[in-house]
Design a protein around this ligand. Structure first.
Ligand SMILES: *[C@@H]1O[C@H](CO)[C@@H](O)[C@H](O)[C@H]1NC(C)=O
Ligand SMILES: *[C@@H]1O[C@H](CO)[C@@H](O)[C@H](O)[C@H]1NC(C)=O
Ligand SMILES: *[C@@H]1O[C@H](CO)[C@@H](O)[C@H](O)[C@H]1NC(C)=O
Length: 346
């Protein structure tokens, strides 16, 4: 290598090193006064000793406090759990209500609070200022009250999860206004009323949808519009839903999991065709579904779970291709299903 070439190389790497250091200090070192103030208010809204001493220490940037993440010197993520320590998540047990001060973390894009059984009350209205949020997670807490309407103004929101909490009320139809919201998880709450037919109606083309509303008290029918949503995952188990859901199925659909067990769905399964390439888990058990199982099920490439027990199905269970069920429990308690793994047809 000529000395000129190596000089150029050295200059190149020094420039890169400099950029690298600049990027690190931008991303983590700084911390604005506004953000520090909001974080300290957060800390002080819980009983003393909830947080470790390092939390709130002004001699280190707040970006280095556990559970706090920064981008370009602004606090962009907050993560708290009471479970075992995982990287970048602060293990704490939060006792009390959600602090309004979080609303002042104006650059926040991600908040995740999980396994906080002593966290009570509703989601503060000041959180409506968090318009940059992309990821909103509250999992396994005693948070109650409604699904906040203001979430429908978070244009960047991609994933909404308030799961295994104590939410009541209905699901806001306006959540369907969000073009980036591809994942809605509101399972294991006490939500009532119908599933809004607006959900995912403005979802950007090409994005697959995930919907988990399982273990609530939802009533009415599953919106027909869902027949044109590209679901990857749909879980509506353990509700009080009625009527037809055959439109969720089809040979070329993208769904890998369709979980509808323990509702009161009633439709004819005979002509239903299953997603050939994608379907892996199907649970239709404990409904009022009639008709028979289409032979086409044998064409599904990677089926791992299939349960149609406790329905009103009849006829011979298909067999062959990739479908050779061996567990009777997934077929029992129907009207007159027969053939392996049940007893032979007459
Ligand atoms: C840390 O700094 C903030 C503002 O920059 C101030 O309000 C707060 O009192 C300081 N906290 C401590 C523990 O010194
Ligand atoms: C829920 O959170 C509590 C702590 O508040 C924890 O003990 C429990 O294991 C969590 N449960 C699940 C299913 O994550
Ligand atoms: C389920 O629907 C059937 C009619 O299809 C009705 O007779 C029955 O009472 C319903 N069961 C429940 C638990 O709602």
């Amino acid at each position: 290598m000529s000395s000129k070439a190596s000089d150029v190389l050295t200059l190149f790497s020094i420039t890169h090193l400099f950029l690298f250091i600049a990027a690190i200090s931008l991303s983590s070192a700084a911390c604005t006064e506004e953000d520090v103030k909001a974080l300290l208010a957060f800390k002080n809204s819980f009983p003393p000793n909830t947080f470790p001493n390092s939390w709130g220490d002004n001699s280190t940037s707040c970006c280095f406090w556990d559970g706090v993440g920064c981008t370009h010197g602004r606090v962009t993520s907050l993560s708290f759990t009471s479970d075992e320590y995982t990287n970048d998540v602060l293990p704490v047990n939060l006792k009390g209500t959600l602090p309004p001060s979080v609303g002042d973390l104006s650059a926040l894009t991600s908040i995740s609070i999980s396994s906080q059984a002593d966290l009570v009350g509703s989601i503060p209205t000041t959180w409506s200022k968090l318009i940059k949020l992309k990821y909103f997670t509250i999992y396994n807490s005693s948070i109650s009250g409604p699904v906040p309407l203001f979430l429908s103004h978070f244009k960047s929101l991609q994933q909404l999860e308030i799961n295994y909490c104590k939410l009541t009320g209905t699901i806001p139809p306006s959540l369907g206004d969000l073009a980036n919201l591809r994942s809605i998880t509101l399972g294991e709450n006490k939500l009532t009323g119908p599933i809004p037919s607006t959900l995912f109606s403005k979802l950007k083309n090409g994005l697959l949808a995930n919907l988990d509303l399982s273990e609530n008290e939802l009533t009415g029918t599953i919106p027909k519009f869902f027949g044109s949503v590209a679901f990857k995952y749909v879980n509506l188990q353990d509700n009080k839903l009625t009527g037809d859901t055959s439109f969720l199925f089809g040979k070329s659909k993208s769904a890998s999991q369709i979980l509808l067990a323990r509702n009161n769905l009633s439709f004819d399964l005979t002509k239903v065709e299953y997603p050939v390439k994608n379907l892996q888990f199907l649970d239709l058990s404990h409904n009022e579904i009639c008709g028979s199982i289409n032979e086409q099920i044998t064409e599904v490439l990677d089926l791992r779970f299939f349960d149609v027990s406790y329905n009103k199905l009849c006829g011979k269970i298909p067999r062959g291709g990739n479908f050779n069920p061996t567990v009777p429990d997934y077929f029992t308690h129907n009207k007159c299903l027969c053939g392996k793994p049940l007893s032979p047809c007459k």
